[in-house]
Design a protein around this ligand. Structure first.
Ligand code: IVH
Length: 668
């Protein structure tokens, strides 16, 4: 086949496949058998293999998931991605209606839509071609997840008109895909996703697009970001226009003139909701005409012309089989209800915290009771109440123990607290929980040291305090259950790189009473080193904004303990960093830096910094870190074993630095 014939054939295959894909994934009306689609796809793949120069960015073969990224680039949205105010009942809806009427008068209508429970995405098209997809992020800046979004087959790679626009919608995981995914995870003994929303978010936050590609995600578009540029007068016309361009919008939308009609629509979905193939968590109500939307305006966070009605949390009945006790790192004893497994709001619930004894008395909970369970905020399982009239007489009262179930010391109830506490500082449960806290994400963030591994290490007495973590050897780790060579190497690397963490992570990890992650950062910034903090007196601590009496006392008491001083000494000897490394709020001299406004790519293995530290350092000096080398790249930092990115940088004549040079610039 000559080049020209190939080009004609490839164009034909692409448009055929795109059309069939559209009919299948957007219209939900397959027009050819799967085998035919697969045959055409194979033909295109083969031709693209032979003539790579003829491959285009909108080719359906692009959807299989390209190469693995190093990180997600940041993307600034063309207009902020706002959130919505909430309505929880009819009264809230009527109040919303009244506020609208006060501004625009009586002549307006609403569009009601399903509130899809997934995550917001923005898709940017230039001249009809999909060029970039992003997460919402903080509303102003999101992350570039183009490669993952391309794997969603209902997202068109080329529109039916050569327009440039940014559209917004909700990416989600259909219920069936969610169930299949969790089943597969269970078979591999992996932690299941809590709900389809988390599963969708987790899939789109993977650096390897092949994972997103295997997850069967879908999308509904519900708006145009820069709608001013498009010739439509209303939101509903905008949605029709999106249909026309080839996007998938949700067909259950309805125009309503009165708030009574809105309420009827809302109520109808309370009943129909379980039959939908995807999760919804409410109904979004929007004023239709764009000029009225403009007149209504917005608050800092959300538009005044729209509101989200949130469905009441689903409640189900199950049996409370037992009450289990656990001890947290501060010694608090928490009772947990063990439930007959039951499905609530999409996932199986078998435990719910009962918080403390007072709550058990207040709700008159007995073991064996039939109880009503819901998920607060649709996430955290909660026992709402017991169904007392279904008692058989076999139910048993529950009493909190007088002694710690782990170390048997007497439990105390501190003045003004409802919680029972074990105050034995040597209580193994507290120590274990403290260790788990030390390695957790917001603390030292040691990947691979999860709850189970820490518990094992602790049970085997391989770690007794946090300093022991830094003395672990590969022989010791290899002796643990389910620890192969590879996981051991990874774990030791993660432990090693945690030594370089900035001070706030260590401070938070040490678990000083009342010092949360935010306070740890404030302290780290204010004192700069653990030595200065440890020797600070109460007055010096109180002089810092955000540090109150209780925290100041707790910090002084903490560092006064000899064991704590010895522990810090040990950590220091092990090489754990004790200084603040982040940006000082007033000393970031962004514009003076060599990195200001530059696009920088990191590649290869860095030896002294973690990827994240390098990235944070560059960003703190005003640079942007990007995942791929292109003509727009200003500088490439190449570590050891840098591969294709380095080659490409050299081909493009881009400046290349080594890690040493990066370090000296960061340290300036
Ligand atoms: S409109 C300015 N419509 O709900 C209005 N949002 O806080 C922007 N969502 O994260 C939102 N379905 O991603 C709109 N039909 C729908 C929606 C919807 C789901 C999500 C959205 C946002 C949240 C609202």
């Amino acid at each position: 086949m000559d080049l020209q014939t190939a080009e004609v054939k490839m164009n034909e295959l692409r448009s055929q496949l795109t059309e069939y894909g559209y009919q299948y994934h957007v219209l939900d009306k397959p027009s050819v058998p799967d085998s035919e689609y697969d045959r055409l796809m194979l033909e295109l793949v083969e031709l693209e293999g032979k003539y790579p120069e003829l491959k285009t960015s909108d080719s359906p073969t692009e959807r299989v998931g390209g190469s693995v990224l190093d990180l997600f680039e940041k993307v600034e949205h063309s207009a902020p991605m706002l959130s919505l105010g909430n309505a929880f009942n009819e009264q809230d809806l009527r109040d919303f209606d009244r506020r609208i009427r006060q501004v625009v008068g009586d002549d307006f209508s609403y569009v009601c839509e399903l509130k899809i429970d997934g995550l917001a995405v923005s898709l940017r098209y230039v001249d009809g071609l999909f060029v970039q997809g992003a997460t919402r992020g903080d509303g102003t800046i999101g992350e570039d997840i183009t490669a993952n979004l391309k794997t969603i087959k209902s997202i068109p790679l080329r529109l039916r008109e050569t327009v440039s626009l940014e559209v917004r919608g909700e990416a989600y995981m259909p219920k069936r895909s969610f169930e299949a995914l969790n089943k597969a995870k269970a078979e591999r003994e992996e932690e299941p996703f809590a709900n389809p929303r988390n599963a969708a978010a987790g899939s789109l936050r993977q650096l390897d697009p092949k994972i997103a590609s295997s997850r069967n995600l879908d999308v509904f578009l519900y708006g145009i970001g820069d709608v001013g540029k498009i010739k439509v007068d209303s939101h509903s016309e905008g949605l029709d226009y999106l249909d026309q361009l080839g996007f998938k919008t949700n067909k259950e939308r309805r125009k309503c003139v009165t708030i009574e009609e809105v309420i009827q629509y809302v109520n109808s979905w309370v009943e129909k909701r379980p039959n939908l193939p995807y999760e919804i968590d409410g109904i979004v109500i929007k004023v239709d005409l764009l000029h009225q939307q403009e007149e209504l305006g917005r608050t800092a966070k959300s538009p005044r012309w729209a509101i989200a009605y949130k469905f009441p949390a689903e409640e189900v009945i199950t049996t409370l089989l037992d009450i289990e006790l656990s001890i947290g790192r501060t010694g608090v004893l928490t009772p947990t209800a063990i439930l007959e497994p039951v499905k609530v709001a999409g996932t199986t619930v078998q435990r719910a915290s009962l918080h403390n004894e007072d709550l058990i008395r207040e709700k008159d909970i007995k073991i064996g009771d039939k109880v009503v369970v819901k998920k607060a905020g649709d996430i955290i399982p909660e026992v709402v109440n017991v169904i007392a009239d279904q008692r058989t007489g076999a139910e048993v009262d529950f009493h909190m123990p007088t002694h710690c179930p782990e170390c048997e010391s007497e439990l105390v109830r501190l003045e003004g607290e409802v919680a029972l506490r074990c105050i034995n500082p040597k209580c193994p449960a507290q120590i274990r929980e403290g260790l788990i806290h030390f390695v957790s994400r917001d603390a030292m963030n040691i990947d691979g040291l999860g709850e189970k591994v820490v518990s094992q290490l602790f049970a085997e007495k391989l770690i007794v305090d946090v300093a022991d973590i830094y003395k672990l050897s590969s022989e010791q780790l290899l002796g643990l259950e389910r620890m192969g060579e590879k996981s051991v190497t990874n774990l030791l690397t993660a432990i090693e790189s945690s030594k370089a963490n900035s001070l706030e992570k260590l401070l938070f990890g040490l678990g000083i009473r009342h010092v949360g992650a935010k306070a740890a950062k404030t302290l780290a910034q204010a004192f700069g080193s653990i030595l200065k903090l440890a020797t600070a007196n109460k007055e010096e601590l109180l002089a810092i904004n955000e540090i109150g009496e209780k925290m100041a006392d707790s910090i002084v008491t903490f560092f006064d303990q000899e064991e704590v001083q010895a522990l810090i000494e040990e950590l220091k000897t092990a090489g754990v960093n004790m200084e603040y490394k982040g940006v000082m709020p007033s000393t970031a001299l962004e514009s003076d830096s060599l990195f200001a406004g530059k696009t920088i790519v990191l590649t290869g293995k860095l030896e002294q910094l973690t990827r994240n530290e390098a990235k944070e350092g560059i960003e703190a000096l005003g640079g942007n870190v990007s995942g791929s080398v292109s003509k727009k790249t200003d500088l490439v930092i190449a570590g050891i074993e840098a591969g294709s990115k380095l080659t490409k940088a050299e081909q493009l004549g881009i400046e290349v630095w080594d890690e040493e040079r990066l370090l000296s610039e960061l340290n300036k």
